[in-house]
Design a protein around this ligand. Sequence first.
Ligand code: AMP
Length: 284
Amino acid sequence: MTHNLRIGIPSKGRLSELASELLAQAGLNFRRQDRSLFARVSQLPVDLTFLRTEDIPVLCAEGAIDLGITGSDLVEESNADVDVRMSLGVGRCKLALCVPDTSPWQNAGDLSGKRLATSFPNITERYLAKHNAQVHMVNLSGSVEIMIQLGVADAIVDLVETGSTLAANRLRIMTDIGHYETVLIQNKEKREAATVDRIIRRLEGVVIARDYSLLEYNVPREQLAAAEAITPGFKSPTISALEDPAWCAVRVMVRRQDVISVMEKLETLGCSAILQTDITNCRL
Ligand code: AMP
């Protein structure tokens, strides 16, 4: 007997909107009524459950949901026994050990005997144990960045994205403990494998498209090899002949972050009509 696949997504917070947008772009359309806990995806055997982001790893490990969207930091912190199926290209951040701007401490060992506030006690304690630092832990569920000012901690371990929260609280990073991002996780039983594969293919299409642009340009044939070295493409560029036999046209995927510098290099090589097009979805 087949069941609907259950996907857990964050009900609120910073990942909630990112996850909903990603699913919609991947053609998983749903309507959530009045903050309801459940929604059915149209035209697919899939039900969505709206959950707290931090509960998603454990609920996935326990089989309440088959797939979940959550942070890889929360997967590691929870020690949940799940498979990470793919990175979703959003929510990138790092977990950092931070101290006041003016403090003299340079490494974890300097914090022995001090107090450390965090909402990631498991990851933090593993890190401290590895560095032989005996630290008094102050475990909290949030607002960790103000705990030094409140006088309850000497150092903190917190997520950092842009660093502006740290700057506002006059903190500096002593060391990075780990890098994290939003991921798709799966229960080990792997129910409804065909539907899961279909959803992963759809999500991959969106995640890759968000990362890449399509670049088209004309290149003198004798410079083709040099141009291909600059734009090797995802698999291989498409080359077409132009009416002028001395020239050809190239279509190729280029990482969005590299597009401007790649365009400059192609121009220097003698390429012309260099066009960037955004792609919203792809199957490679
Ligand atoms: P920022 O000021 O951009 O460095 O952001 C830091 C604040 O946002 C911290 O309080 C973190 O708890 C939170 N934060 C940053 N990135 C993430 C993320 N990917 N997931 C959840 N919380 C985050």
